[in-house]
Structure formats: structure tokens, C-alpha cells
Design a protein around this ligand. Sequence first.
Ligand code: ZN
Length: 401
Amino acid sequence: MDEFGVNSIEDDKEFALEILSNLIEIKALSPDNGGDGEIDKAEYILGLLDFADEIERFDAEDGRVKKGIRPNIVARIKGKRRRTLWIVCHMDVVPEGDLKLWESDPFRARVADDRVYGRGAEDNGQAIVSAILAGKFLSEQKPGLSFGVIFASDEETGSRYGIQHLLKEKKFSKDDLFLVPDTGSPDGSLIEIAEKNILWLKIQIFGKQGHASRPDMFYNANRRAMKIILELDEILHKKFNARNNLFEPPYSTFEPTKREKNVDNPNTIPGLDVSYFDCRVLPSYSNDEVIEFVRKFLDEKQKEDGFESRMDVVQNVSSPPTPENSEIVVRLKKILKALRGIEARPIGIGGNTCASFFRKAGYQTAVWSTLDGKAHEPNEYAKLSNIVEDAKVFALLALNP
Ligand SMILES: [Zn+2]
């Protein structure tokens, strides 16, 4: 199918390789990951946006990085209508991790056939390049919808200086469509429309510290915590046991994860134990229900033995799913069927993308791209063919209103 001539985007494969290689070489690490921010990458990207009709900046101040700003760029091509299809990309990358596991310099592009290796090649360089190819193509058309690209900072460390800042400053229209190409599948057949709620709980269990030979005089917080945490683990699973096959796994998960170190020596009874739960809760429940349930349970334990415990909420993210029959999802499915002959299906994930901020703000948002899923791994790569083919999909979404 090439009724709109999108196949001509294939001619830009060399250009795509050049941009992706440059993006990989401009390290953009958040200061939380020991880096200098995204400004160099943003300036490089700005130089590529001559196809855009409008460019806006929504920089967030951050004294820890070069030039003191975390840049957020919004570029737009005017279509027949003001209504806009937005492609949301992020410029920051995660650190390389263990360098010994890399077969080449993570911050120098290495090309092997269709693959381009380097940190950030897939996450999220691929999306940046596809969006630029689509934008360049659309600027020579008059698309039905306007076409916008958001290049955000700070996605990997919470989006406070990125999407969250942008959503405070920039007014989008409620009938705009949003596509976040930040997770996907090798054939592009999965459209992410929902994310489980994320809830991290820090649980402090108190006892009374003293010599290990006198448990008759002291109260072991370690033993108390093991019992309480195991019981809590069990009753959370029982209480919040709904299933939803959109997700994998199709139920809420509650994992006791981090445990802080307690005493330094084996012969002291610990007086405090600090554990954490990572909860991924199906959106049919609210995080508040879970918090309330845990609080009540801990209160009961306190009544039983008179010792205290304390719960703190460390992370609390939730967003409503994007309906399966929403326009962005329906349109994407139609294009994938016509262009690739595949029946794409909606899914939910337990992870978290910046789509959650858009969904929370009331915008229809799909997360989709074609990739092998190498984000954050050593020897991360992106495929040039995926970059070109996804660019066609982006273009068709705007062309075909
Ligand atoms: Zn990403």
C-alpha cells in the first residue's frame, strides 16, 4: 500500500543512520545518573528541525546540569486542521552499566547490517529518528492532522524536569492524539493502552535492641518483620486478587524487595527492620485502597504486641487506561493492517512510561513501536528498517484523518 507515497521515506535510510549515530555519540545522562543533562543533544536536534512550522521550548531549570536547564522541545507542522498527532520521544539515556559486557564503545555507533549498536539506540533514539523522518516527509504534504513531536528530558529518572514540567506549561487540546514510541514488540503487533499502578512501600518494623543472649529482655525486630512481611505478602495477594488478561501477568503483583541492613554484628538483637514492597496493582484498584489496607494491618499487629511499625509511600503512580476503542488505537490498528498485514492487539504492562502522565491529564495515548526490546541492556541496538517502517506509520497517522 502506498497511496500517500510514504514509501519514499525509505530513501532517507542513510540520513537516519547519520542522525542515530550522532545521537548515540552525544551522551545525555540525567544528573541523578551522574550526567550533565540533555542540552547538547537538544541543540543538535534543534538543528534538524528546519521542516517544522513552529518550535517551542519549555525548559525546566536545574542547577545541577550544563547551562542550568533541562530542555523540552515541541515542534509542529501545520496540517489542514489544528488538531494534532503528537509523537512523544525522550532525549535522555540510561548509563552504560557494566562496560565489560559491551562488545563496542556504548557511546560510539557501531553498524552491523541493519543494526545500529549504542546506548540509547533503541531507547529512545529510534523514536527521535523516526519522528524526524516522518516530519520531514509530512512537511512536503499538507497532512489532515497537524503533526507534532515532543523531545523531552528526564524520562529515565522520573520526568519531573521533562513531561511533568511540560504538561504544566503547555496546553494541549483534549482531542489531540498522542503516541509514545517507547516500548513495543519485534513485529509491531502490540499496542500498549494501560499500565498497572505502581506503589512502593517502605515498611519500618520496630522492636527493642539488645544483647543476643537475652531475648527475654529485648524484642527482635528482624523476626517480627519476617513474620509480618510474609503475612502481609500473603494477604495482599488474597485481598487484591482480580484478574485482567490485558496484562502479563494478569494479576496484581506485590513483591517484598529491598531490605536495609540492620545491625553490624551477629550478637545483637536488631531493634529496627526496614523492608520495601514493590506493588504493581491492576487499575481496577486504587493505590489508596492498598495503602489503607496495609496501614490497618500494621495497626492490628501493633495492637497484638505493643510494638510500633511505620509505613511510608515512596512511589505512587497511577493512570487511567486509554480505551481500546479510542481513536489513536483504532487508527493505529487500521494502518498496521493496511501497511503490514498484521492484526495488532492491545496490551497492558506492569512497567511505566511517560504515557501515564498524558493519560492522567486526560489525553488518549497509545504506546507503540517496532523493536526487539533491548532498552537498558548491554549492546543495545536499533534496526534501521524498524526506524523507517515506523516513520511511515507516524506519517500515515497524520495523513489519513
Ligand atoms: Zn525510554
